[in-house]
Design a protein around this ligand. Structure first.
Ligand SMILES: [Mg+2]
Ligand SMILES: [Zn+2]
Length: 213
């Protein structure tokens, strides 16, 4: 039975409003209840990380400094809730650069794992896109949770998992049919304590872990 200690969050659409290539730190806007949700988890001793694709840098839409300033603004807003993020990592490349760090590639996980001694079996990823789910699957994390904020509801319906409205969808386990699918539907970050309990109680049984014939 895994004990979850490490929570990885996508940034745009998961922690803050996805404004599309956000370059201005004054535009960083925490999603409703994100501060409270992370505050509770931080006080319970979870280590919190942000893992983000920021291809706006590689596309020439904004600078590395802009991205760092937005991340700093996020950290400041979370500090108002008593939350300290252990680390924020991001990929600055455009998709056509085929770098090893743009989610769903797992280069950013490798960085965090080495820098902080993380274990995949103790970590879950929360995000709003299929890339976030595939990232978690490829990294071998204990859970991959699709939130319905940001692009989440759209991701949910495009994967054929169901239809909204979001208010009618509730926390539940899913059996992923591909690496792009979540193993847990997390309608909102405030459900995270219950979601973590579900992962700890019944780890996902992927094909690679099923008992031999
Ligand atoms: Mg996102
Ligand atoms: Zn990259």
């Amino acid at each position: 039975m895994p004990r979850i200690t490490t929570l990885l969050f996508d940034r745009d659409g998961t922690l803050i409003k996805d404004k599309g290539y956000l370059a201005d730190p004054s535009g960083v806007e925490l999603l409703p209840e994100a501060g409270e949700a992370l505050s509770l988890l931080f006080r319970r001793g979870f280590r919190l990380f942000v893992v983000s694709n920021q291809s706006g840098i590689g596309r020439g839409l904004f600078s590395l400094e802009d991205a760092l300033a937005c991340n700093a603004a996020l950290a400041e807003q979370l500090a108002d809730f008593g939350v300290t993020l252990t680390d924020i990592v991001f990929c600055p490349h455009a998709p056509e650069e085929h770098c090893p760090c743009r989610k769903p590639a797992t280069g950013l996980w490798d960085v965090l794992r080495e820098r902080h001694g993380l274990r995949p079996g103790a970590a879950v990823m929360v995000g709003d896109k299929a890339e976030d789910m595939a990232f978690a699957a490829r990294a071998g994390l204990a859970g991959r949770m699709l939130t319905l904020t940001g692009s989440g509801l759209d991701t949910f319906s495009r994967l054929g998992l169901g239809e909204g409205p979001a208010e009618t969808l509730t926390l539940r386990r899913l059996i992923p049919k591909s690496e792009q699918e979540p193993d847990l539907l997390l309608p909102h970050l405030s459900w995270l304590p219950e979601a973590i309990q579900l992962v700890e109680a019944a780890p996902a049984a992927g094909p690679s872990r099923s008992a031999p014939g």
